[in-house]
Design a protein around this ligand. Structure first.
Ligand SMILES: CCCCCCCC(=O)CC(=O)SCCNC(=O)CCNC(=O)[C@H](O)C(C)(C)COP(=O)(O)OP(=O)(O)OC[C@H]1O[C@@H](n2cnc3c(N)ncnc32)[C@H](O)[C@@H]1OP(=O)(O)O
Ligand SMILES: NC(=O)C1=CN([C@@H]2O[C@H](COP(=O)(O)OP(=O)(O)OC[C@H]3O[C@@H](n4cnc5c(N)ncnc54)[C@H](O)[C@@H]3O)[C@@H](O)[C@H]2O)C=CC1
Length: 726
């Protein structure tokens, strides 16, 4: 709703009210319209101020309504026109946030005053839409095409001080914004408003408008990576440069409707709510975010300053948590220290008052050591040493002797058993997996893995840590590879099998990159280093000296196995770091991948050796085998209770594995393809490859199909229900 009151003798105040973010629901819009009409009809009211309850202007349209049959969007544009047409001056008092439809309301006002801490933006593009309440036509008229394009196509939040420089707001205040707006409204009474009505203004011309727009379109397309909304945002803004306001609004509406009915908007809005849903974690034994309280982390330590440790230290410093970095010897320590300092300097350069704010030259903030005794007073340790169980156990045993009893002990293992690591400590309840993703200071995902004894407080503390590091924490159970890497395994396995059967690395990568992955499986493997997986396979006895003599080359434990990655490693082809892997690079450490004729002839010799008949594999098969195998594993994970819902898997894939957000994550994607289709395809591929268990459809997937393909929101409720058709 919206509250109507008097702010001063002649000023009506309309306060948008819909906690927690004053989203513009149908009720709020109706109340806003009623308030405007009431103010217009009352001769004693000479001016109006619009503000929001609880220090927030508005986060825009209620996103849930876009997927409900009653779409409220259509009502907002006319209300904004009503504000703009008012003969009485209307002043927006922007506190906290004015986003999406919220900012569009403010753009309809004749003046805008913002609090210095406020943020403004048109983030519709991030949920697959465009500002559909005339925002694409008003904003360019106010701040010009380049700034409007930037704000609308990126959806970024603009701080008040920048908004003032851009001319988006007229004044920034440090004190009470609503009172300042009421004072301004009082002063404006009786003054002409024509020039303040944005719809009547021309769009400021650029001398080279055509060239500017074509360059901008190229940049927008490049950034969009298959997402529709940025390009349609561009088209709407371009319309503002070509058409009168009313025609521009018609074009905006047309483009908005295309987006609204596209699957992408649905997927992106699902992703928005999924990210918030995973914050409300629960575990199968009843622990939950509701009852567990996090402990404060005043000081942390990171053990191992290799690829991951460096990024983790950087994230902690950025989160203003004092941190100690520990290495095994002085040589490693110096290398690690230099790498951390370089990362922090780069981060500081990106920030306004970077170096002072991060204060990383201050030893009270950041310290390096080889001495475990220095860790006596830390509240939390994150171990990031080599992926080796014996080494991790040795370290955890040492930590449990040295660290204070309340300290939490976290491991950044990619796959190892948390319970086994915890078993060597005197506090298994305070041991937890915190699985960061590389580069750890950039990637948003933090997979948080609880063991058998991990306490709810420990989970809550790790989740809080994710939040202060501005990461998305997702709580999952303990199994080999946890959620992300466990689902990745069948995906990369299929990719390699496809090479054996006839594809080339660039064919497989292209199909998956066209689907929307930032990087295909082979380019990814070259980037991460083929030696990482090789070491793990050697540890598991799948290859190397511990492999039993006489083991068939393409079979392990009775199932199909591809030795292709091992063969590449044996030839020193570790990927980018050696300049050769699945592709060739300009030099060791080079980043530009080129298809490698050596690989092509190596693959054909390999097929000859193993009498595999090369066949043409089409895009559909590449996509389905890689993705459906991954999805089937996802259903197993859900059935085992390793994750408490499909949103968890989707948030993990979007934030940690480059899954295209506009496809909503693998489980959401499965729901759009239709579970019966996925099941049928898996059954077909499984019959073709009976020695590949990862292609056998998950029993839970079969059950959901037998239950009539229920919507994703209902999947978990079928877990323990009986199915008559099975
Ligand atoms: C044909 C013509 C049609 C024309 C119609 C076009 C109308 C438009 O132009 C379209 C729009 O406005 S679309 C909406 C654009 N606004 C946004 O995308 C803002 C989304 N919200 C945020 O960024 C953060 O929540 C925010 C920055 C606001 C706050 O962040 P926090 O981290 O403080 O808090 P959160 O945990 O994110 O949020 C708190 C609770 O509020 C829910 N929520 C937030 N924004 C919402 C919104 N716009 N609609 C509905 N619910 C929303 C959020 O889900 C969370 O809920 P709970 O998890 O249940 O507590
Ligand atoms: N590299 C990646 O992309 C990812 C790795 N991980 C996991 O993170 C952990 C670390 O991996 P990376 O950083 O890639 O390894 P890395 O080899 O780059 O770094 C490991 C570091 O640990 C140090 N170290 C070894 N023994 C030590 C000891 N006793 N005391 C102190 N420091 C010691 C080494 O000197 C080295 O600097 C592993 O468990 C790995 O599985 C997790 C996610 C992604």
């Amino acid at each position: 709703m919206a509250q109507y009151a008097r702010g001063a003798a002649a000023v009506a105040v309309i306060r948008l009210r819909n906690p927690p973010v004053n989203a513009l629901s149908l009720t709020v819009l109706q109340a806003l319209e009623d308030g405007l009409k009431r103010a217009d009809a009352d001769p004693s009211v000479k001016a109006v101020t619009i503000c929001g309850e609880n220090g927030k202007f508005s986060a825009g349209a209620d996103i849930r309504v876009f997927s409900s049959p009653k779409k409220q969007g259509l009502g907002l544009g006319p209300i904004i026109s009503l504000i703009e047409r008012s003969e009485k001056p209307v002043v927006a008092a922007i506190e906290g946030i004015a986003l999406g439809g919220g900012l569009e309301v403010a753009l309809g006002c004749h003046y805008r005053i913002a609090h210095v801490q406020a943020r403004m933006g048109l983030p519709e593009v991030t949920i697959g839409l465009l500002p559909g309440a005339e925002g694409t036509q008003r904003l360019p008229r106010l701040i010009g095409i380049p700034a409007a394009l930037d704000i609308i196509t990126t959806g970024r939040h603009v701080p008040a001080t920048e908004a003032l420089k851009l001319g988006l707001v007229d004044e920034v205040v440090e004190e009470n914004t609503v009172e300042a707006a009421i004072r301004l409204a009082t002063k404006l009474i009786g003054q002409p408003l024509g020039h303040r009505r944005l719809s009547l203004r021309p769009v400021p011309r650029l001398p080279n408008m055509e060239a500017f727009l074509s360059d901008a379109l190229m940049k927008v397309k490049k950034r969009a990576q298959g997402c529709l909304a940025p390009e349609l945002c561009f088209q709407a803004i371009k319309a503002a440069t070509e058409l009168p306001f009313a025609d521009g609004v018609r074009k905006e509406r047309e483009l908005f409707n295309i987006l609204l009915t596209s699957g992408q908007a649905k997927a992106l809005q699902y992703a928005f709510f999924a990210e918030r849903a995973v914050e409300k974690w629960t575990t199968p034994n009843g622990a939950s975010w509701k009852s567990a309280s996090p402990q404060p982390i005043r000081k942390a330590a990171v053990i191992g300053l290799g690829t991951m440790g460096r990024g983790i230290v950087t994230s902690l410093v950025k989160a203003k948590i004092p941190v100690v970095g520990l290495e095994q010897d002085l040589e490693y320590l110096n290398t690690g220290r230099k790498a951390v300092m370089l990362l922090l300097e780069r981060e500081a350069m990106k920030m306004e008052q970077g170096a002072q704010t991060l204060d990383f030259h201050n030893p009270a903030r950041l310290q390096f050591t080889v001495d475990f005794d220095v860790l006596r007073d830390v509240d939390l340790v994150i171990e990031a040493v080599f992926e080796n169980m014996a080494l991790k156990k040795e370290i955890f045993n040492k930590l449990s002797r040295i660290c204070k009893p309340e300290a939490f002990l976290c491991t950044n293992t990619s796959a190892l058993n948390i319970d086994e690591i915890a078993s060597v400590t005197n506090r298994p309840q305070q041991v937890i997996g915190t699985h960061f993703f590389s580069p750890a200071h950039v990637m948003r995902l933090l997979e948080i893995i609880y063991g058998r004894h991990t306490s709810p407080t420990t989970i809550a503390t790790a989740m809080q840590l994710a939040k202060v590091m501005k990461k998305v924490g997702v709580v999952v159970g303990n199994c080999f590879g946890f959620v992300g890497n466990r689902m990745m395994f069948p995906y990369t396995q299929q990719a390699v099998f496809l090479l054996e059967e006839g594809s080339r690395p660039e064919d497989v990568d292209r199909v998956l990159e066209d689907f929307g992955f930032k990087i295909g499986p082979f380019r990814m493997s070259d980037l991460a280093g083929l030696d990482v997986g090789w070491r793990s396979r050697k540890d598991q006895g799948l290859t190397g000296p511990s492999l039993a003599p006489g083991t068939p080359a393409r079979q392990r434990r009775g199932y199909r196995y591809s030795p292709l990655p091992d063969l590449l490693c044996e030839k020193g082809r570790f990927g980018q770091k050696t300049g050769k892997g699945w592709y060739q690079y300009e030099k060791a450490g080079g980043r530009i991948s080129k298809p490698d004729p050596w690989i092509h002839s190596f693959l054909s010799e390999y097929r000859d050796t193993h009498q595999i008949k090369t066949r043409f594999i089409d895009q559909e098969e590449i996509l389905e085998r890689c993705l459906f195998a991954l999805i089937s594993e996802g259903f197993d994970i859900l059935a085992e209770g390793i994750a408490s819902g499909p949103e968890h898997l989707d948030v993990i894939y979007i934030n940690g594995y480059g899954w295209p957000k506009h496809r909503g994550g693998p489980m959401f994607y499965a729901s759009t393809v239709g579970l019966p289709n996925i099941l049928a395809k898996l059954q077909k591929y499984s019959e073709m490859h009976p020695d590949v268990p990862q292609l056998r459809p998950s029993a839970f997937l079969k059950k959901l199909v037998a239950m009539g393909n229920p919507p994703l929101n209902d999947w978990m409720s079928y877990l323990h229900r009986q199915s008559n058709k099975l």
